[in-house]
Design a protein around this ligand. Structure first.
Ligand code: HSE
Length: 431
């Protein structure tokens, strides 16, 4: 009978230090729940001499992955280094050597999840990744267990804490983009390379993980249509507000009889929709199931202790399996072939903001471009003209296909009276 469980921790940054803190401070509760103590036996870091604010003894730190992987007393590897190359190799080697792995690494799980899960299945060990999406929100387990009997047909929401934090601070405290990003970085929300946050790649990786699980299909990163928050132009947030919307960087994964669509982009959310009031580093994900209907999961999407809570939750789950001797018994092979929708099968309302020459007949001409593409308009507004006799027009469409939206964008760009298509947004969360 196992007397204790030993962990090899890979990485001691924002998340790793949080994991050590929770395992230390909540040890009594964990022992009560598991019946055995859970110890960090070794911590792999790049620089063992770096000064660290931790109660863990210095002798635990090593720069040798080999030392940890070859230690037979270590039962479980917890990977919280981030990045892809070394982290993926470490996880693969750990699984191959018969050790279970808990990871927070969305980069690796989005790009090589199926490959690693296959190895875990073959080796009969666990590979858990709750912390890869939604920080402290137990979303993965909800999809795998709580909603296991349902058929999920959509999943939408905010899955990046950094950009949501930035958008909140820019709107409510008038912070500049750079100030908001610096603060998000200081608070430990942003990625090592924060372009992954602001350009939507971090959210896209999370949507790959969620969509693959929700639809039991191997969705790939290239399948995701991605636009980051740098697509939000000056004045868009205020304009959205005037029309009763809030701008959010949102992910969406939808499935119907035509296939799957997955996207990450800045969207207009109606102010009365709950997603509009999800602020700061908080995430919220709506999951729509055929049987359950609409469910919403909300919580801190980034930060040391919330993310570490998901990691330690996985540690508890893996320990329970170890103690029962039932590791690696989940079935991970996807049930369905991957079938992605084409642009004429994806439908939404769109908001278009256009700078035009303020001349007679412009509004009628541009409206006719929508009619020619069989797009019905819900709202048409002309803003005050500027000193150069140019005016802004805003068009909000009824539901149209993405192909219609793209065709209209092209028509607008080619119209003589159009100076610039300033920005465009999909409208999310409208019934
Ligand atoms: N940079 C990520 C975010 C961290 O801001 O959501 C959590 O995955």
């Amino acid at each position: 009978m196992t007397k204790e469980i030993n962990i090899g921790l890979l990485g001691f940054g924002v998340v790793g230090s949080g994991v050590a803190k929770i395992l230390t401070e909540h040890q009594t509760d964990l022992q009560y729940k598991l019946g055995v103590p859970v110890h960090i036996k070794k911590v792999v870091v790049r620089d063992v001499n770096k000064k660290r604010d931790t109660d863990l003894p210095k002798e635990l730190f090593t720069d040798s992955l080999e030392e940890v992987l070859s230690d037979d007393s270590i039962d479980l590897i917890v990977e919280v280094m981030g990045g892809t190359g070394f982290a993926k190799e470490a996880m693969e080697r750990a699984l191959q050597s018969g050790k279970g792995v808990v990871t927070a690494n969305k980069d690796v799980m989005a790009e090589a999840g199926p490959e690693l899960l296959k190895i875990a299945d073959e080796k009969g060990v666990d590979l858990f990744f709750e912390a890869s999406v939604g920080g402290g929100i137990p979303l993965i387990r909800t999809l795998e267990d709580g909603l296991a009997s349902d058929r999920i047909h959509a999943l939408t929401g905010i899955v990046n804490g950094t950009t949501n934090f930035m958008l909140t601070k820019m709107k409510e405290e008038n912070m500049s983009y750079d100030e908001a990003l610096a603060l998000a970085t200081e608070l430990g929300f942003a990625e090592a390379d924060p372009t992954a946050d602001v350009d939507g790649l971090d959210a896209a990786r999370k949507m790959v993980i969620l969509a693959s699980l929700a639809f039991s299909t191997e969705v790939q990163l290239d399948d995701v249509y991605v636009r980051g928050m740098r697509e939000i132009k000056d004045g868009d947030v205020e304009l959205a507000e005037r029309f009763g919307y809030t701008v959010k960087l949102a992910g969406a994964a939808k499935k119907d009889e035509n296939g799957i669509e997955v996207s990450v982009e800045p969207v207009f959310v109606p102010d009365e929709h709950p997603l509009a009031s999800v602020n700061n580093e908080f995430n919220a994900v709506y999951v729509y199931g055929d049987a359950v209907g609409e469910t919403m999961f909300y919580g801190p999407g980034a930060g040391s202790l919330p993310t570490a809570t998901s990691v330690t939750g996985d540690i508890v789950a893996a320990c329970r399996n170890l103690l029962l001797g039932v590791n690696g018994k989940r079935k991970h092979a996807p049930q369905y072939d991957r079938k992605m929708k084409t642009d004429d099968q994806k439908f939404a309302s769109y908001f278009h903001r256009i700078l035009v020459k303020d001349e007679v007949g412009v509004l009628t001409h541009l409206t006719s471009l929508y009619t020619n593409r069989q797009a019905s308009l819900a709202t048409v507004i002309q803003q005050a003209k500027d000193d150069n006799d140019r005016a802004e027009l805003v068009f909000i469409t009824h539901s149209i296909s993405r192909q219609q939206h793209l065709d209209i964008m092209e028509d607008l760009k080619n119209a003589d009276s159009v100076v610039d298509v300033i920005s465009y947004y999909r409208v999310e969360g409208e019934n």
